[in-house]
Design a protein around this ligand. Structure first.
Ligand code: MG
Length: 378
């Protein structure tokens, strides 16, 4: 791969509707987008999924900006040839900060695929077929609003519904209401690490509701209590926040902490690590699915490319662009068709960033190596 430089930009994209989770409400998304420049105008794009606040992990938009601008990107430019599978070696001196690293790693995967003239899904070993789309429903003010929202998503064609729940809300009452209204619906909950083992009676009530899985019920770094919990529940426990590496997956499976893994490339440091987790789980017969982090179309296209690998046997948090955005920053936008989302024919992530719109939304940008700073921002 011929890497000549990068441009990193922060854009502020308004959400179509506020998204409420155990960590709070979001009305807009501050997103870092990264363009990797190759020879002859070839470009690859990555996105950093870190949130505005440290409510999901310690990384935030601002820590990722610092790590990328001070430690990651200066160390990558000047390396004329780099395979994205080897980039983790170049990033070893930077401990932690997987979301910042993943933004660079994913941009290089896109760049390499475009230089080779192949789609990213092919480079990763996927099928490129449209994948079943799942939708996430945030915390809503009451049961009626929840039922109306779920009904709307089902009639749009989504293949499964995930409800965000929180031990401070009427979790069991609400989930039971959805289950009673839609008895056949593939339904799961995401607890966002908000429960403890002392909540076992409530978790047993959720266990009785025929859910496909219960995601991250306990502490965001915990494995051992999850193993105790999984042994008490019939429903599969799925881990999200607790899985930060392939090593975490090995440990979690070894001690029986879960039966399903939510794979987010940003959380584990990029597509290479995500694929290694996929391979490990596939060898062990453990299903995986692709989680979401309120990505723009750039991150979403990366996720869909990954989710076409054969071990992604469960619908992911892969919804269409308009689920979150009035208007996405890619062309064409991701659309839902017969319950699936797919990518058009093309190379790399198979969609083109709308650079004019990105430039209008940018609030800051910085260039590295021989790249020009053209996204703009103050
Ligand atoms: Mg989650």
């Amino acid at each position: 791969m011929n890497l000549t430089g990068f441009e990193l930009a922060e854009v502020v994209l308004p959400l179509r509707e506020p998204f409420v989770t155990a960590a709070g409400a979001r009305r807009e998304r501050r997103v870092l987008l990264l363009r990797a420049d190759g020879e002859e105008g070839v470009q690859g794009w990555g996105e950093c999924v870190a949130g505005e606040d440290p409510g999901y992990s310690y990384e935030t938009t601002d820590t990722a900006w610092l790590i990328l601008t001070e430690h990651v990107l200066p160390g990558l430019v000047g390396r004329e040839v780099m395979d994205p599978r080897e980039i983790h070696q170049a990033l070893d001196p930077v401990r932690g900060h997987p979301m910042a690293k993943a933004a660079a790693e994913m941009a290089l995967w896109d760049l390499q695929a475009r230089e080779l003239g192949v789609p990213l899904w092919e480079l990763l070993g996927g099928s490129g077929e449209p994948v079943p789309a799942g939708v996430v429903v945030g915390l809503l003010p009451n049961v009626d609003a929840l039922l109306r929202t779920v009904e709307r998503h089902i009639s749009s064609g989504y293949a499964r519904v995930k409800l965000k729940v929180d031990r401070a809300s009427e979790d069991v009452v609400r989930v039971r209401a959805v289950r009673e209204r839609f008895p056949e619906l593939p339904l799961m909950v995401d607890c966002g690490a908000s429960y403890t083992l002392a909540d076992l009676p409530r978790l047993r009530d959720l266990d009785a509701l025929g859910l496909t899985m219960i995601e991250q019920p306990l502490g965001h770094e915990d494995l051992i209590d999850h193993a105790a919990l999984q042994s008490e529940l019939d429903t599969a426990v799925c881990l999200d926040e607790s899985i930060r590496s392939e090593g975490d997956v090995r440990l979690a499976l070894q001690i029986g902490a879960c039966r399903v893994i939510n794979v987010k490339p940003g959380r584990v440091g990029g597509l290479g690590a995500a694929r290694a987790i996929h391979d490990l789980c596939r060898d062990r017969g453990v299903p995986v699915w692709c989680g979401g982090m309120l990505e723009t179309g750039i991150g979403r296209a990366h996720n869909i490319s990954l989710a076409t690998l054969p071990g992604f046997t469960l619908p992911g948090d892969l919804s269409e662009s308009r689920r979150y955005w009035e208007r996405d920053i890619i062309d064409p936008e991701i659309v839902l068709e017969r319950g699936r989302v797919g990518l058009p024919a093309g190379t790399g992530i198979c969609v083109e960033p709308d650079v004019e719109r990105i430039s209008r939304l940018a609030v800051r940008s910085q260039a590295f190596g021989r790249s020009a700073r053209f996204i703009g921002g103050s």
